[in-house]
Design a protein around this ligand. Structure first.
Ligand SMILES: Nc1nc2c(ncn2[C@@H]2O[C@H](COP(=O)(O)OP(=O)(O)OP(=O)(O)O)[C@@H](O)[C@H]2O)c(=O)[nH]1
Length: 359
């Protein structure tokens, strides 16, 4: 199965929400005017039908005879495709739909306004609307779609931050597995020393990925573990050191101090570290993900994002809002709980999967 198909299947909730919503926006006028006026001689039977003039069957130079393939596949001929005029009401409906998919008000307005430019008054099918929206979303996402940059510096230190439950541990396991498979020597440091369960979980992921996981006794200083991990990674000639961190936002000042201390300590070994500070966000939290970026930018020097749990959420649109608002690189997306369920972020595939447009 192509990755696009897989992503579309996984993004089923977001996608079906927009996909079905867009179909409904176009179809609703068809329902209001069931007997479509196909020729000027046919008069509408009731005043209600006159009051709903927006939909009409547009004959798009249909061939006299359907093509052989058309007949074999029984495809709907072009002239039967419902279309709706792009007017203020329709734009409002589109805005509401995008907002309901967690795209945020500002981004939804920008996407619809750009899409409408030069097309006001034109009659569009739902497939055309999906494709136009996907193009606008791709434009917003393209500048932020960047894989995690890999430097020649050894070890490259990646600090992984995010609230508890966002998917940090899982993402570290998936990243470790991918970089190991690419031939890199990877070490993981289980820096959330306050939660024994988090450390155990990371050890399981380390085993799966075939990567060593450095741990410290429960409650010990995470900065000291980070220092030891740097020492070991240097001694082993590791290419990549992934450091997990705590995500207790309840005590923001403590967390800020903890992260700052980890950074201070690893900089004693390498003043240029950490080379990346990866913020892991849970797509199912919707608009809350936007607040988390703001908060973590104050706590740490966030250099890029990974959005997890894009499978099975109706809030996938938040990724568009994030790109539009912060412009931070999106390095990867999580689309499942298995080790290979971390994908590079492809803006066009994402936009088309989100809107239900064909590729
Ligand atoms: N469906 C789905 N589930 C995911 C994804 N990423 C992580 N999860 C699940 O989300 C839950 C939390 O993930 P963790 O990796 O433990 O999150 P964490 O941020 O390390 O959380 P703490 O260990 O509490 O700090 C787990 O049940 C994961 O299996 C994803 O991309 N898709």
């Amino acid at each position: 199965m192509s990755f696009f198909k897989k992503l579309k299947n996984r993004l089923v909730k977001s996608s079906s929400k927009l996909d079905e919503g867009l179909d409904a926006i176009v179809a609703e006028t068809v329902e209001a005017q069931p007997e479509v006026v196909a020729s000027p001689e046919v008069q509408p039977a009731s005043p209600q039908e006159v009051a709903a003039p927006k939909i009409e069957e547009v004959v798009v130079s249909a061939p006299a005879k359907p093509s052989l393939m058309g007949r074999i596949l029984g495809r709907e001929s072009e002239k039967n495709i419902p279309r709706r005029e792009l007017d203020d009401e329709m734009l409002e409906r589109l805005e509401e739909l995008l907002i309901s998919a967690d795209m945020g008000v500002d981004t939804a307005l920008r996407v619809t306004a750009n899409m409408a430019e030069g097309r006001f008054g034109k009659k569009l099918s739902s497939a055309e609307i999906k494709s136009l929206l996907a193009d606008e979303i791709t434009c917003i996402m393209e500048p932020v779609a960047k894989p995690l940059p890999i430097y020649t510096k050894k070890p490259q230190v990646v600090l992984v931050v995010g609230v508890n439950g966002s998917g940090k541990t899982t993402t570290i396991g998936k990243l470790a597995s991918q970089f190991k498979a690419a031939g890199m020597n990877v070490v993981i440091a289980a820096g959330d020393t306050f939660r024994a369960a988090a450390v155990e979980q990371l050890q399981v992921w380390g085993e799966r990925a075939g990567v060593p996981v450095l741990t410290a006794p429960e409650g010990s200083d995470p900065a000291s573990l980070a220092f030891d991990a740097m020492t070991k990674a240097e001694a082993d000639g590791a290419d990549l050191l992934l450091i997990d961190t705590a995500g207790r936002l309840q005590n923001r000042a403590d967390l800020m101090e903890e992260l700052a201390k980890i950074v201070r300590v690893i900089q004693k070994k390498d003043p240029t570290a950490p080379h990346n500070t990866l913020l892991v966000l849970d797509a199912t939290t919707g608009q809350n993900a936007l607040n988390q970026v703001g908060t973590f930018q104050q706590l740490a020097d966030v250099s890029g994002l990974v959005m997890t749990k894009l499978d099975g959420t109706a809030k996938g649109g938040v990724l568009v809002a994030l790109a539009d608002k912060f412009g931070l690189p999106i390095h990867a997306i999580g689309v499942g709980e298995q080790i290979d369920d971390l994908a590079a972020f492809d803006p066009e595939e994402f936009a088309r999967a989100l809107t239900g447009a064909d590729i």
